[in-house]
Design a protein around this ligand. Structure first.
Ligand SMILES: Cc1cc2nc3c(=O)[nH]c(=O)nc-3n(C[C@H](O)[C@H](O)[C@H](O)COP(=O)(O)OP(=O)(O)OC[C@H]3O[C@@H](n4cnc5c(N)ncnc54)[C@H](O)[C@@H]3O)c2cc1C
Length: 366
């Protein structure tokens, strides 16, 4: 039994990229409780590779208990917050001295790791047995999935239907144009400024009509549309006035919820003005870990504590294009091909992320 006497209670809501890193980093110095709707942490950017190679997910879907050996794990959704405790859907009331909110985006994934791994296997079977595949959405998820399929299964006919005038709306036009050319060189068909009624999607249909009246033949489809923020639950809590119009939590430069002394928010859920990406979420986590340590060491009166300010990231991004290529938007340069691919596309930073979580980069779980 862990002895927590005298340790400050840090409660983290959300065991994604940001929250799990905070939990892992503070587990030996504070009394950590991680509340997550599911039992595992997932390296999200590996999820497209896992659809063409399901065993890839063995390293990227990680049970919380594997890295959080000295903390409490509660598998339930947070539904309310008071000044002193968090209330979960299954009725837990967890007291805190410090709270970190990291609920990111809402995603309907299984609670259990084995079920998540099975989902990847099922998706892989669908890809393998299809001759033609429709991808709805040409953001980073749709583009990366199309590229994974085009590289691993070059004989499949892949079509992307995207609402916007260009792919990858979150980066500049140069990156989007280069990506379009790359996909077309791999025989991926891209239909821009068109939509497909998602209510009409069903694998038995095989024929889909776009908003322009064009027809797409496909044996199976994947919906790769943006996911909503997981902040709706906060609208009924004492933090309801701390959300902006998009539902993001307003934070100060120390990543504290504006006007709050002991409540932090990190990752995609915040209103930090930058592209919402995993590497930014990891940076948020690192800043908050430092700030929490400073506050806890500073004792009750921490007005003189030297806490760190978070500086928003430059608008950089790397989108992988299969196993070897990628497109990178850097501060002064946009490049496509093997060089950015060498940085990201082989292992998709899975080994590095596992190492950051204190885990063997290669080991596979049973
Ligand atoms: C397919 C895909 C590919 C991506 N590729 C890249 C990439 O290549 N590079 C990059 O930098 N970024 C990438 N991203 C973005 C990156 O994944 C996000 O920026 C990052 O996950 C944000 O981390 P987060 O911790 O804020 O939120 P998330 O990782 O979304 O985690 C949120 C966590 O909160 C939990 N949760 C939600 N609501 C509740 C609740 N009420 N109570 C308890 N728990 C709750 C969820 O279960 C989840 O575990 C990608 C995202 C996706 C989906």
């Amino acid at each position: 039994m862990e002895n927590h006497v005298g340790k400050k209670r840090v409660v983290i809501i959300g065991g994604g990229v940001a929250g799990s890193l905070v939990a892992k980093s503070l587990q030996f110095t504070t009394h950590v409780t991680l509340i997550d709707s599911k039992e595992y942490f997932e390296i999200t950017w590996a999820s497209l590779r896992s659809r063409v190679e399901p065993s890839f997910a063995e390293r990227s879907v990680i049970n919380h208990q594997d890295y959080l050996t000295h903390g409490n794990i509660i598998t339930s959704s947070a539904v309310d917050i008071t000044e002193t405790e968090v209330i979960t859907e299954d009725g837990h009331k967890i007291g805190f001295d410090y709270l970190v909110i990291a609920t990111g985006h809402a995603d309907e994934v299984p609670k259990n790791r084995t079920e998540r791994l099975n989902q990847f296997k099922e998706d892989n079977e669908r890809i393998k047995s299809a001759r033609s595949i429709l991808i709805v959405g040409g953001g980073p998820t749709g583009v990366e999935l199309a590229a994974e399929i085009a590289v691993d299964f070059p004989n499949k006919k892949v079509t992307i239907v995207h609402k916007g005038p260009r792919l990858l709306d979150f980066v500049g036009t140069k990156a989007a144009d280069k990506t379009l050319k790359w996909l077309e060189s791999k025989n991926v068909e891209v239909k821009l400024e068109q939509t497909i009624d998602v209510n009409e999607l069903a694998c038995e249909h095989k024929t889909y009509r776009t908003s322009n009246g064009e027809t797409v033949e496909a044996d199976c489809y994947f919906q790769c549309l943006g996911k909503p923020l997981a902040s709706a639950w906060l609208e009924e809590t004492m933090l309801k006035y701390d959300l902006d119009d998009e539902g993001r939590i307003k934070v100060d430069e120390k990543l504290r919820v504006t006007g709050r002394r002991n409540i932090f928010a990190i990752g995609d859920i915040t209103d930090v003005p930058e592209i919402k990406q995993g590497f930014a979420a990891q940076q948020h986590a690192e800043v908050v870990v430092k700030n929490l340590k400073v506050m806890i060491d500073g004792g009750r009166d921490c007005s003189q504590c030297r806490m760190e300010n978070y500086k928003p990231q430059m608008p950089m991004a790397i989108v992988s294009l299969g196993r070897r290529d990628a497109v990178a938007q850097l501060p002064l340069l946009t490049v496509i091909g093997r060089v950015p691919g060498f940085i990201k596309s082989g292992d998709l930073f899975v080994g590095r992320t596992r190492r950051q979580m204190g885990l063997d980069p290669r080991i596979k779980h049973d």
